[in-house]
Design a protein around this ligand. Structure first.
Ligand SMILES: *[C@@H]1O[C@H](CO)[C@@H](O)[C@H](O)[C@H]1NC(C)=O
Ligand SMILES: *[C@@H]1O[C@H](CO)[C@@H](O)[C@H](O)[C@H]1NC(C)=O
Length: 348
């Protein structure tokens, strides 16, 4: 995680905070059928998506004993738990993981976790993977997709049953901004080539972080974004959206729901494919016009999620920096947190 105004790579920025601090959805048959579909063109992607979005499978549960939900007792009184378009905002206390685990197990869900370890960022992989083994989708099938230009430096981390790691060798870029932005292109390309056939959901995460508490199937939905920890309490005028109308990432000051973090988003493979492809195309158009959005891939992500409303929104429990932000009482859990680092040393 970074301070606003400092160069960064593949990590999140904290906006104006440094001024203070430092200066299925599983949608039913989609699960089975989309893996067997050949995806050569965007038509195929569209067909799959329609199936996934139209039909939400209702699974038959067996007996589970748990605390009764109370219609007159809010799960949380201190935070917003539902967007105006009726997407849940995922905070500790709003969900029962036993019910959700049962539902997703019955659907035989497989989750892909994409992470980019380019150049010196490979040093973060070990802690990222070790903590993911302890906290990420435990009890479900997981495929780690590690994109790297240094495949020989990917550490050997023991993996639990039903979990595997795939190394995807990719090129590097000189500028950290290009390293960060080209993630969108690579995720969209690999979604078409293989993710669609191998997993149901994709979670796209920064590598310079660690899992410090449970991150499970409660996050899964057709499309999800995460409230950026530096902006969740701020008004839309203060969001660091791209403000130049010339850019494809432009958002006017009287628009915007939330400021989403670039370092943790995801959804069904089809929706992540659409998001990453749209963001990459917007970047290419800007590049042709000699402009680059102020916060790079994060700016394009925010533009996309403004006009394609996410079906779940994750609270900042899912992206946090305790060094910068401490541990406020509304945060019952810190689940995915920044690892202290020296950017100057690893950027190149
Ligand atoms: C669950 O998925 C695996 C592949 O990940 C497959 O081999 C298995 O047959 C599936 N089981 C069911 C019950 O669909
Ligand atoms: C970038 O990748 C090339 C191989 O594709 C490698 O030779 C070079 O060392 C890499 N640059 C850095 C800074 O790691």
């Amino acid at each position: 995680m970074d301070l606003r105004g400092r160069p960064k790579c593949c990590s999140l920025h904290l906006g104006i905070l440094p001024l203070i601090v430092v200066a299925l959805v599983f949608f039913g048959y989609g699960f089975v059928s989309h893996r067997s579909q050949e995806l050569g063109d965007s038509e195929a992607v569209t067909r799959v998506a329609v199936g996934e979005l139209d039909v939400q499978e209702v699974v038959a549960l067996s007996r589970i004993v748990y605390t009764q939900p109370k219609a007159l007792t809010p799960s949380r009184k201190d935070v917003l738990v539902l967007t105006p378009w009726l997407a849940p905002i995922i905070w500790e206390g709003t969900f029962n993981i036993d019910i959700l685990n049962e539902q997703f197990r019955l659907q035989n869900t497989t989750v892909g976790l994409t992470v980019f370890a380019i150049k010196k960022y490979v040093v973060f992989l070990k802690l990222f993977l070790e903590t993911a083994e302890q906290q990420f989708m435990v009890g479900h099938k997981v495929i780690y997709y590690v994109f790297t230009d240094r495949p020989a430096d990917v550490p050997q981390v023991p993996l639990g049953a039903g979990r595997k790691l795939v190394v995807l060798t990719v090129r590097n870029y000189t500028r950290w901004q290009d390293v960060s932005m080209h993630r969108m292109e690579m995720i969209s390309r690999l979604s078409e080539q293989r993710f669609l056939h191998e997993v149901d959901y994709l979670v796209c995460a920064d590598v310079d972080m660690k899992f410090s508490d449970h991150v499970g199937v409660e996050i899964l939905s057709a499309l999800f974004g995460t409230l950026h920890p530096g902006f969740y309490s701020r008004s839309r005028e203060a969001f660091t959206y791209e403000r130049r109308p010339k850019s494809q990432a432009y958002i006017p000051r009287d628009e915007g729901d939330f400021y989403y973090a670039g370092g943790f988003f995801g959804g069904s493979v089809v929706e992540v494919y659409r998001l990453t492809k749209a963001c990459h195309q917007a970047m290419m158009e800007d590049k042709a016009n000699g402009i680059e959005a102020v916060w790079h891939d994060e700016s394009y992500l925010n533009k996309y999620l403004l006009y394609h409303k996410p079906t779940k929104v994750l609270s900042p429990e899912y992206v946090w920096d305790q060094q910068l932000l401490g541990w406020p009482s509304i945060m019952k859990k810190l689940r995915y947190v920044a690892v202290p680092k020296n950017h100057q040393a690893i950027r190149n």
